[in-house]
Write a protein that binds this ligand. Structure first.
Ligand code: ADP
Ligand code: MG
Length: 451
């Protein structure tokens, strides 16, 4: 009983990881635990009611779908809030979800290790520098690179590497204090701390660590107060010889919209890039991913997948999982021929347009696309529309008036209002901020952005 729930939940997590961006995966599932599985009923436990609500609302269908294919019978999901996280829960009960959100440090994903990270020409320097860094922190040696700045485009393993450093440090010395966060989360926690007069606690959290891992610093663009705070955090840690590791989708010199003094500090240590993997490395990654799942897949199948998908490792892994699921569900042997039709044909990524954003938002919230241009003031539609407007402003170069034209010819003041409303809400609404990160990652994975 207990054992089978672990097995089912493991398979569900494996499937989920390839279907949703890693930041949302971490937000929602990092501390979820399987409690029971019997007769098509899967019970999991999470730490607070915000997560329970979010998982039920956003992921129920996906989880039940994956579990059904693993168990070969329909599965229904039940989510419970585990006792023990009293403070977090109390904050939620006070209807102050942000407090619960801010209090919890993001856990590291234990699967993101150096051992599970395949090396190739594309990432050699980044991996070597990451290992040297974790070794120095774990054994309290002189830091060879501080900060270590890892950059590369989406889906190439930045988050995996950052977390591998954290995992390795804790494995070598569990008393080391390691904090992993994303720049967006850092920003949200800061805004929250300012509002609640708890900046001292915020500073303690970030300035008393041995290792600070900050993922996706390109999202600091335009966030002045956050950059200011990070600048001081950086100086403090660096001055105390504590290690900082940063990731970004581009090298420091290309981070427009960030303060020069911050960017110049990002260049103090080592910049290591990750490029898309070559064919041999893609094959090695596919073999590793199949081995982790204890699956035997013919080389000719892996070769076809590796040929088709070249620029994003998450997509590569997703295609493998999709191929396996397809073969199982259709009860067909896994051959190049049987999966040919389901593999995406990867070309150049088209440039992101407002229409792409609208399509993604409409399908995310399951509302008709036309409603985004329409006049409905129903709460869920109005909010989805504002989310789309927010993303249009953040991810394209369009002005407020041009965005207005794209949304049913709305006046630019309406667009500015929608944009600021979401921006303000983000600070207090973890569910919304997870939604937005997820949408943003999905769009960035599929389209190219001009910024
Ligand atoms: P990024 O943060 O750069 O967008 P992630 O770290 O989230 O990318 O990686 C996406 C997925 O690809 C993860 O599941 C990760 O484990 C996997 N991945 C990326 N590069 C490698 C690699 N070299 N070896 C094994 N897995 C990899
Ligand atoms: Mg990442």
């Amino acid at each position: 009983m207990g054992d089978s729930s672990v097995g089912v939940w493991d398979s569900v997590l494996t499937g989920l990881r390839t279907q949703i961006p890693s930041t949302s995966f971490e937000t929602w599932f990092a501390d979820a635990q399987p409690l029971d599985y019997a007769d098509g009923a899967l019970v999991i436990g999470v730490s607070d009611s915000v997560k329970k609500g979010g998982i039920e609302r956003r992921f129920r269908d996906t989880i039940e779908g994956i579990a059904a294919s693993v168990c070969r019978q329909p599965v229904s999901l039940e989510v419970r809030v585990l006792p023990g996280r009293v403070e977090a829960e109390r904050a939620v009960e006070k209807d102050n979800a942000t407090e619960a959100f801010a209090a919890v440090t993001l856990p590291l994903n234990p699967d993101y290790t150096f051992a599970a990270f395949v090396r190739g020409e594309n990432n050699r320097l980044a991996v070597a520098a990451s290992e040297a860094t974790s070794d120095a922190v774990g054994r309290n040696l002189r830091k060879p690179y501080n900060p270590l700045f890892v950059y590369g485009s989406v889906g190439l393993g930045k988050t995996h590497l950052l977390q591998a450093i954290g995992n390795a440090v804790i494995a070598s010395d569990p008393s080391r204090s390691v904090v992993y966060t994303t720049s967006e989360r850092f920003a949200i926690e800061l805004i929250h701390a300012i509002r609640n007069n708890s900046t001292a606690a915020f500073r303690d959290k970030y300035r008393q660590v041995d290792l600070l891992l900050i993922d996706d610093v390109h999202f600091l663009k335009g966030k002045e107060a956050t950059q200011e705070e990070l600048f001081h955090t950086f100086n403090d840690l660096h001055g105390n010889r504590k290690q900082i590791v940063l990731s970004s989708d581009r090298p420091p010199e290309d981070l427009s919209g960030l303060q020069d003094r911050l960017v110049s500090r990002f260049k103090w240590g080592l910049e290591a890039d990750i490029q898309p993997p070559d064919f041999e490395t893609r094959m090695a990654i596919l073999r590793e991913k199949a081995a982790v799942r204890e699956l035997e897949v013919q080389d000719d199948v892996l070769e076809l997948i590796a040929k088709r998908i070249s620029s994003n490792v998450r997509a590569l892994e997703g295609a493998l999982v999709k191929a396996i699921a397809y073969a199982e569900l259709e009860r067909q042997p896994l051959t190049p021929r049987s999966i040919e039709g389901i593999l995406p044909k990867e070309g150049r990524r088209p440039r992101l347009t407002v229409l792409h954003i609208k399509e993604e938002v409409a399908s995310h919230y399951q509302i008709p696309l036309a409603e985004l241009d329409g006049a409905s003031r129903k709460k869920e539609i109005a909010q989805a529309r504002q989310v789309a407007i927010f993303l249009a402003r953040e991810l394209t170069e369009l002005s407020f008036p041009s965005i207005g034209r794209e949304f049913g010819d709305r006046d630019h003041t309406t667009i500015m209002h929608g944009y600021s409303k979401i921006k303000a809400l983000l600070a207090d609404t973890p569910l919304l901020s997870a939604d937005i990160s997820e949408l943003r990652e999905a769009l960035e994975a599929r389209y190219s952005l001009v910024r």
